[in-house]
Design a protein around this ligand. Structure first.
Ligand code: ADE
Ligand code: ZN
Length: 338
């Protein structure tokens, strides 16, 4: 059995992906040239040399710098379409992608150009590659709730293009409790909600995301194992965790893959999904995350079928759409056993 090819064939959903985190160095240089932006790096190799991170913040500094080359609607389109071509190769059938509007409107970019560039590329990807999608607008937690509320106002005319809202950026010192009013307003506007919690932040941030923001899924959530009561609640309530293994290694949450707790969470019955977070910076897209989980953590092929099923079940797709994809996974699993 060629495991890489079997994993590629599995219908998968990507539920934790920052579109700005798919900006490959080559495209970054192309866009800088197109927009007459002078980069502080002489070439791609010098830029790639910077991709050694010791924590989340050291990554975010480089990542936000990268977004400065995204100026026009076409730039957002090209970024998103380039990601979808990679997603297709990895056997992804459905994506729920984050974008960070505050990183762009704060630089004078129109909200309209950002959302239209991204959503037009996703529509084209749906036609050309058969990849369905939802968009998640993510708020930067290092900024104030007031700033997020202003951006929410800008987003309301484009409400039909946005399925959910999220919370990302520097976690430590910026707990979910800072954004209670924002999330309440988002729910009043019928957005579904997710939040990054327990990536670097403590288990108490995960409690806050669940109890104060009443989110549907936790992004990362890996520090839940530090609080047995929390772990029990997550299992009992079947709350999905969108785990990003390669990201956690690159940002030194774990020193190496063998230390990662995602297999332990899976064995305990947590609904974990595997995702790529910011693949242009973390050394691999979704399939690479899947294969490394198999190779390094002892996930069997059957386990990986369950992981891909989790990704479908934890998505915001309709029950009918979920059922179709789950049946496909089941039949692949059956064939492989025979
Ligand atoms: N923004 C992009 N990637 C992120 C991550 N891993 N954690 C928090 N915010 C992010
Ligand atoms: Zn993330």
């Amino acid at each position: 059995m060629n495991m890489l090819e079997e994993l590629r064939k599995l219908p998968k959903a990507e539920l934790h992906l920052h579109i700005e985190g798919t900006l490959e160095p080559e495209l970054l240089f192309t866009l800088a040239k197109r927009n007459n932006i002078l980069l502080p790096y002489k070439d791609i190799d010098e830029l790639k040399d910077k991709y050694h991170f010791h924590d989340l913040q050291s990554f975010l500094d480089i990542y936000y710098n990268g977004t400065n080359v995204l100026i026009t609607k076409q730039d957002f389109y090209d970024l998103t379409f380039a990601y979808l071509a990679k997603a297709k190769q990895d056997g992804i059938r459905h994506v729920e992608i984050f974008f960070d509007p505050q990183s762009h409107v704060s630089r004078g970019i129109e909200f309209k150009d950002v959302i239209e560039g991204i959503s037009e590329a996703l529509e084209q990807g749906k036609k050309e590659f058969g990849i369905s999608y939802f968009i998640i607008m993510s708020f930067l937690r290092h900024l104030s709730q007031e700033n997020a509320l202003e951006v929410l106002e800008m987003a309301l005319p484009y409400k039909d293009k946005i399925k959910a809202v999220g919370l990302d950026s520097s976690e430590l010192g910026n707990p979910p409790s800072k954004f209670v009013e924002l999330f309440k307003k988002c729910k009043e506007n019928n957005f579904l909600t997710v939040a990054h919690a327990g990536e670097e932040g403590p288990a108490s941030y995960i409690w806050e995301a669940l109890n104060l923001l009443e989110i549907e899924r936790i992004d990362h959530g890996i520090r839940c194992t530090e609080d047995p009561e929390l772990l029990k609640t997550i299992i009992q309530k079947n709350i999905p965790l969108t785990v990003c293994p390669l990201s956690n290694i690159k940002l030194k949450v774990y020193q190496e893959m063998k230390e990662h707790n995602v297999k332990k969470l899976f064995d305990l019955g947590v609904k974990v999904t595997i995702n790529s977070d910011d693949p242009a910076y973390f050394g691999g897209y979704l399939l690479e995350n899947y294969i490394q989980c198999h190779n390094e953590l002892g996930f069997t092929y059957k386990d990986m079928c369950d992981i891909s099923k989790n990704s479908i079940e934890a998505s915001f797709l309709s029950s009918a759409d979920k059922l179709k994809l789950i049946k496909e996974i089941d039949s692949l699993n059956q064939k492989t056993i025979v």
